[in-house]
Design a protein around this ligand. Structure first.
Ligand SMILES: [Ca+2]
Ligand SMILES: [Ca+2]
Length: 514
């Protein structure tokens, strides 16, 4: 090839072109955050190019691109749950047993915050908070040394339900720098050497449990989903400047906490009651699939042209009235004013208006009738993605997860549930292959499972990290104990697994392979 350019234009997509190659083919390639490539070949016919040469050249290009993409997949973990939110790294040689004294590469004290660490090349980033200070911390990936810390003052205190906190949203990284969302402020971006590039204050967020969705990078934009009780939206900001590009209103209901994923030039995000695709370029609502979750907590995943989404359960009426004591005056209806969580007022009104008799309150018949109509109870749904022809392939209501997002790895789906329950699921049919308890992993699970090197990593709240051999008959290899509470999803890059506990960031590496 006689010309190779690597450019970093205004977008954070990396662009390469190979022109006037001997076979008279021209190639244009764009590498987007998340490590995927769009390669377009144009045949300049009539210049005597031989077909075998053209095919050989194309094969060479594709193999080069495949290698580059593989490297990106192993080196970086650029957003919540790594490349495009899959929770999967191409890293190899990961340790099975680790802890304070075992296979520890480094351990560094970090500020409070339940957001997850991300990795870009030599840097590990994470967000945190201290009083009203929102913090972005950059560590050296090899040594764990703290390279820099930057502060943005929160402009407000937002209401949060535990374990949500002022630094819950995971930042996103690319070759230009780091992009962080703080619910008490808005967006801020720093370069890799800690220079503030821009800041973009945003209006207060009002999801009932506090902002939990993480920003993602797509085609040079920072995309934010704010699903809340009023003024819900999805918006994109220019990655280079933070300038707003588009903002599309979304339906209001009871809020959402999931992080969107990319598919081609669409950004996909669930709820309320549908999965929606927006054009990354314009924010235009392109298509939707009905009968999805009301209040997404787990994030969807996209595997090729297949999407898997877990639709959370809305509690049945009895749980609201008995456990949450919502019907305070005992008249058999929940009125907006007696709902225990004030920000649910709008949701109660909406359910009565859309599914009820419009008297302003919701009774058992209306509530459970709405649930039945919405068909969202505990369902895992597979969707075949084909633009506006996208359609539901299967759904199963047998599975349960809580906060953790589903994982697709090695052709199988995995779901984890509080109490240490793990299920392997046939990705083609939704059939449960094996569902069992992971011994020693009792308690809540807030981190999402991640996988690499044929292994599955499941972390619970009390800091037990199970390592499992993947497969339909998965088996436990080890249950490690960090001895500190954990809420963040681990990051995996270059043979290292990075785990955030309440006080520390830990990096584990197979010492015998060094
Ligand atoms: Ca009542
Ligand atoms: Ca009513």
């Amino acid at each position: 090839m006689n010309r190779t350019n690597i450019e970093h234009p205004t977008s954070n997509a990396e662009h390469r072109s190979w022109g006037h190659a001997p076979c008279a083919l021209e190639f244009e390639a764009w590498r987007f955050s998340g490590g995927w490539w769009l390669v377009v070949g144009v045949c300049r016919a009539g210049f005597g190019a031989s077909l075998p040469a053209a095919v050989a050249f194309l094969a060479l290009m594709l193999s080069l691109e495949a290698n580059t993409a593989t490297d990106a997949g192993a080196h970086n973990w650029p957003r919540f749950r790594g490349p495009n939110g899959l929770g999967v790294s191409e890293s190899r040689g990961l340790p099975v047993e680790f802890g304070p004294m075992t296979n520890l590469a480094w351990r560094t004290a970090v500020p409070a915050g339940h957001s997850s660490p991300v990795v870009w090349e030599n840097h590990v980033f994470l967000t945190g908070y201290e009083d009203t200070r929102c913090l972005v911390v950059c560590l050296d990936r090899k040594s764990g040394k703290r390279l820099w810390e930057r502060t943005v003052e929160a402009t407000r205190v937002e209401r949060k339900s535990k374990p949500n906190d002022p630094a819950s949203s995971t930042p996103a990284a690319n070759e230009t720098g780091i992009y962080a969302l703080f619910s008490g402020f808005g967006l801020v971006s720093f370069s890799h050497d800690g220079r503030e590039r821009w800041r973009r204050p945003l209006d207060p967020f009002t999801p009932p449990h506090g902002m939990g969705s993480s920003p993602v990078l797509a085609a040079g934009r920072v995309v934010v989903v704010a699903d809340q009780v009023s003024d819900s939206y999805i918006a994109a900001f220019e990655g280079a400047s933070g300038i707003p590009i588009w903002k599309t209103p979304r339906p209001n209901l009871v809020g959402g906490y999931a992080t969107p994923v990319l598919h081609d030039t669409d950004i996909l995000t669930g709820g309320p009651m549908e999965m929606v695709a927006y054009a990354v370029d314009t924010g235009e609502r392109r298509w939707s699939i009905p009968k999805m979750g009301v209040m997404p907590v787990a994030s969807p995943i996209c595997v090729g042209d297949r999407m898997y989404v877990y639709n959370d359960a809305v509690p049945p009426y009895e749980q609201l009235t008995v456990q949450m004591k919502a019907d305070r005056n005992g008249d058999g209806k929940i009125s907006p004013d007696e709902f225990p969580d004030p920000s649910f007022k709008e949701a109660v009104r909406a359910i009565d208006r859309v599914y009820g008799n419009g008297d302003g309150a919701v009774d058992k018949e209306e509530w459970d009738g709405a649930l039945k109509l919405m068909r969202t109870m505990n369902s895992l749904v597979a969707i075949d993605l084909d633009g506006e022809h996208s359609k539901e392939r299967w759904r199963t209501t047998k599975l349960l997860t809580d906060t953790a997002s589903p994982l697709f790895y090695g052709g199988l789906l995995y779901l984890v549930k509080n109490g240490g329950l793990l299920a392997s699921v046939d990705a083609e049919t939704g059939e449960i292959l094996r569902q069992d308890r992971i011994p020693g992993l009792e308690g809540n699970i807030f981190a999402s499972p991640v996988a690499a090197d044929g292994k599955l990593f499941v972390l619970n709240e009390s800091g037990k990290l199970a390592v499992l051999q993947c497969g339909r008959d998965w088996r436990v290899l080890a249950v490690n104990d960090l001895g500190e509470n954990c809420y963040a999803t681990p990051a995996i890059a270059d043979g290292v697994i990075v785990v955030r506990s309440e006080r520390d960031l830990w990096a584990f590496q197979n010492k015998s392979m060094k």
